[in-house]
Ligand binder design. Structure first.
Ligand code: XMP
Length: 542
């Protein structure tokens, strides 16, 4: 069912994970910044994305944050997001009206507009003229707010509201109307307060980005000087200041986030960083060597490589239940990591690859998201570790983490890696895990990777891999009857792993992969392609 392409949320439809407190965000006081106050809209993260795309740094804060804290951030402008509530409702979320006496430009979007209107003396009503989805607006305004947006024709915008403004506060004027909203865009031009009924952040709103650009550049006076290079330099400085001469421990998995965290910390503090890489024997073929070569040989990172293949595989003998496998793998990882950190003596800091969506979700106005990946902690770290967290990626979205990785000089190969589960091939070998079955799957998986990359599909898909089924079937090879295992191919498109659709790979590519697997991987005589979306399927088979 693939929601990805059709959702107005664009790349951020649904985010996940639990996370640490909101206000540990490092501030960029010397840089320009826009603050978005979140009233619970599903589009709030998109506003932030659109602004950061313009190289203007911005942060999302819950609408409940005290005004002093917002003032302390010294933003160039404030955006009040949309939200599901009605300003007419009893417990409608609100803000300190003093915000409007402070002299900073404010843009209210949808609920944000209605709140601004009602706090400043205008009126909002529960309307029978709800507008959801596509609507046309007519702009009648010569100023910079609608600069480079056509005035002579209807502009298509995306609306999503039940309430609407019916009278505007003193000093405000109308900049645009729609058939159902006489106040589709309003402003107090002198005070630089703007209110729009439509959502400029969603892709369905034509010229939406232009409107946001006009607000941040023309109205707030931002220059767009934020770059990954400057972000990296600020982070390096902050890390050095915070860590001093202490040691930082980092669990390296070889995945994008931990690799970028390790590379950044290493650049900041060199040998004070100690990385622990646990090889559980369930990694992709050649993965352990790749991680060691990159971090130890090329980057000269202080890397502890724990080859624990035997320990993991011995503990998994005879285990077929997926949840038991996960628990064994997760607990064994924790045991090893704990033991290694104890050996190191007095490590004060622990580095983690927490990303911005995790931060926002944990402290957003709505509270923690209801959609939490049940297994995100498997292969994670001991919860009772008493170390202080260093989370240098907590202000970044996933694609910004990739950009930071490139800025740090990491290879595209590392930076654009597909997600790989903590329990690794352990949850892609259905039934019992044996040395032989691990080797079989590694060989098949290697072929999938090689062919997908060769055909130029690797960067186009979210994940691609092979699964080894505990199913034997009859075949014929060289005139002989065979009775061997089956490999399933899984390749999906997704934006966030919460929903996914199977990738429509070209038949000839599927054919090549299948041919190579049955010809080159001993004990496999059949290949099938998984054409299940998520939901109802999951991406992994276990
Ligand atoms: P599912 O199978 O739930 O997977 O659709 C969603 C995403 O999560 C990854 N995944 C895991 N990651 N430990 C992890 O670190 C796990 O136990 C685990 N199980 C699934 C999966 O690869 C996909 O990207």
């Amino acid at each position: 069912m693939g929601l990805s392409g059709s959702s107005p949320l664009g790349p951020l439809a649904g985010t996940f994970f639990l996370s640490p407190p909101f206000f540990q965000l490092l501030q960029h006081l010397d840089d320009e910044m826009i603050v978005i106050l979140d009233f619970g809209s599903q589009f709030t993260q998109l506003i932030a994305r659109r602004i950061r795309e313009q190289k203007v740094y911005c942060e999302i804060h819950p609408c409940t944050v005290p005004l002093e804290k917002i003032k302390a951030l010294q933003p160039q402008g404030i955006i009040l997001s949309g939200g599901p509530s009605s300003v007419l409702g009893e417990n409608a979320p609100t803000i300190d009206p003093e915000l409007f006496d402070w002299g900073v430009p404010v843009l209210g979007i949808c609920y944000g507009q209605q709140l601004m209107v009602s706090l400043l003396g205008g009126k909002v009503e529960n309307s029978d003229h709800s507008e959801y989805g596509r609507t046309g607006i007519h702009i009648d305004h010569e100023g910079t707010f609608f600069q480079d947006v056509p005035q002579e024709k209807e502009v298509v915008v995306w609306m999503s509201h039940g309430d609407r403004v019916i009278s505007i506060p003193q000093g405000f004027e109308v900049l645009a109307t729609s058939q159902s909203s006489p106040y589709a865009a309003i402003a107090h031009l002198e005070k630089k307060f703007f209110g729009i009924q439509f959502h400029p952040e969603v892709v369905h709103t034509n010229y939406g980005t232009q409107v946001l650009k006009n607000f941040i550049f023309e109205i707030c006076g931002c220059e767009g000087s934020w770059s990954m290079q400057s972000f990296m330099e600020t982070q390096l400085e902050q890390i050095r200041k915070r860590v001093g001469k202490e040691k930082v421990l980092c669990a390296l998995s070889g995945g994008v986030d931990s690799s970028v965290v390790a590379a950044l910390l290493h650049k900041a503090i060199g040998d004070q960083l100690v990385c622990v890489f646990v090889d559980n024997g369930l990694l992709r073929q050649g993965e352990a060597d790749r991680v060691i070569k990159l971090f130890r040989t090329h980057l000269h990172v202080n890397l502890i490589h724990v080859d624990a293949k035997r320990l993991f595989l011995d503990k998994l003998i005879g285990v077929t239940d997926p949840e038991k496998k996960r628990k064994i793998i997760g607990n064994t990882f924790i045991e090893i990591f704990d033991a290694e950190s104890t050996k190191l003596n007095e490590v004060r800091f622990l580095a983690q690859g927490t990303l911005y969506p995790d931060v926002i979700e944990s402290e957003s106005f709505k509270g923690p998201s209801a959609v939490i990946k049940s297994h995100h902690n498997v292969g994670g770290l001991p919860e009772d570790m008493k170390m202080e967290l260093v989370e240098p990626l907590r202000e970044l979205f996933k694609d910004e983490v990739r950009e930071l990785g490139l800025t740090l000089g990491l290879d595209e190969d590392v930076v654009f890696r597909h997600p790989f589960p903590g329990p690794g091939l352990g949850i892609r070998i259905l039934g019992e895990i044996t040395d032989e079955r691990v080797e079989t799957l590694q060989k098949a998986d290697k072929i999938v990777m090689t062919e997908i990359k060769k055909a130029g599909w690797y960067r186009k898909v979210w994940q691609s891999f092979a699964v080894l089924l505990p199913v034997k079937s009859v075949g014929v090879m060289g005139d002989c009857r065979t009775y061997e295992w089956t490999v399933a191919l899984r390749c999906v498109d997704s934006k966030d792993a919460m929903t996914a659709d199977w990738t429509h790979l070209p038949y000839d590519l599927l054919g090549r992969i299948s041919n190579r697997i049955v010809n080159e991987v001993p004990k496999v005589n059949r290949v099938v392609y998984d054409i299940t979306s998520k939901p109802p399927g999951t991406i992994e088979w276990e």
